[in-house]
Design a protein around this ligand. Structure first.
Ligand code: NAD
Ligand code: ZN
Length: 264
């Protein structure tokens, strides 16, 4: 399909949808300066993030894993939402997008104004104790800045055990309530916008398949083809921060047209 036709078809699907949800991955935050795991900027020191974001790595070497997470936390603390995050928030305000299901832990969807955000893999600003029920949201407590500066491994103020990031590591189960909500949204959706995900991390990667099984459509936005592309009804190749605002503008224009008084 020609580029113009691809945009037109994507915008038409969005305008006509009854229950649209988005599934986002690390690619949507790339233009905010948060590197993706896969791809050329994926390495941290000489490690692959997939080797550090595991319970085994944490219990073997908590200093190393905390150093990695504090580096990411600091990066995310300095990152701002980009036009892609803002376009999805706008689509929700317009009453078209029902929810953003994200694999990201960076909080940028909420910062952009999205309200119904399902965080499949947790949030990097939350920490929890490895042995007691202690939890803390560092953004809420206003301690994120001093937390990343502290060089010692963080310990629980209640019991002294190791604190860990409240994120879902590779090999760990997702919270049942969260994944249940995401599957429910996917079953209801007649349209899913899949943005900036390689589609190889499960169970998140099942969600577009659930949409298709229930008769819904998929629009994918990615700089390159992914594991989702073969089931996408429309594949828009490009940067999320460039593509999504164009699509949302077109949908806004179409909706404004619908509301014009009809001439006889
Ligand atoms: P991934 O790193 O596996 O894939 C990123 C995808 O984004 C790729 O398909 C790439 O082609 C695409 N992409 C890159 N730049 C893009 C852009 N500007 N516009 C559109 N697409 C772009 O990411 P994933 O699929 O989310 O899986 C990685 C896992 O790591 C997730 O579970 C996630 O929790 C975690 N992670 C999170 C963050 C974050 O919170 N920002 C960052 C890195 C990794
Ligand atoms: Zn504790």
């Amino acid at each position: 399909m020609r580029v113009e036709r691809v945009f037109e078809r994507a915008a038409d699907l969005i305008s006509g949808s009854r229950f649209c949800v988005a599934l986002t991955g690390a690619g949507i935050s790339a233009e905010s300066g948060v590197p993706t795991f896969r791809g050329s900027n994926g390495l941290w020191k000489r490690y692959r993030p997939e080797e550090l974001a595991t319970p085994e790595a944490f219990f073997r070497d908590p200093e190393l894993v905390w150093e990695f997470y504090k580096w990411r936390m600091e990066m995310v603390l300095n990152a701002r939402p980009n036009p892609a995050h803002r376009a999805l928030a706008e689509l929700e305000r317009m009453g078209i997008l029902r929810a953003v299901i994200t694999q990201n832990v960076d909080d940028l969807h909420r910062e952009a104004g999205s309200r119904n955000v399902v965080e499949l893999h947790g949030n990097i600003f939350r920490v929890r104790c490895t042995s007691c029920p202690y939890r803390e949201d560092l953004k809420e407590s206003g301690r994120a800045g001093e937390f990343v500066e502290e060089t010692d491994v963080p310990r629980c103020p209640e019991c002294g055990s190791l604190l860990r990031p409240d994120v879902v590591w590779f090999g760990e189960a997702l919270r049942e309530e969260t994944i249940g909500k995401a599957f429910h949204l996917a079953q209801e959706a007649d349209l899913m916008l899949v943005v900036g995900t390689s589609g190889v991390v499960y169970p998140a990667a099942y969600l577009p398949r659930v949409v298709k099984e229930h008769g819904g459509r998929i629009i994918e936005v990615n700089v390159e083809e992914s594991a989702i592309t073969p089931i996408a009804d429309v594949f828009v190749q490009g940067k999320a921060g460039e593509v999504l605002p164009v699509l949302v503008n077109r949908v806004e224009a179409a909706k404004a047209g619908e509301n014009l008084p009809q001439r006889e």
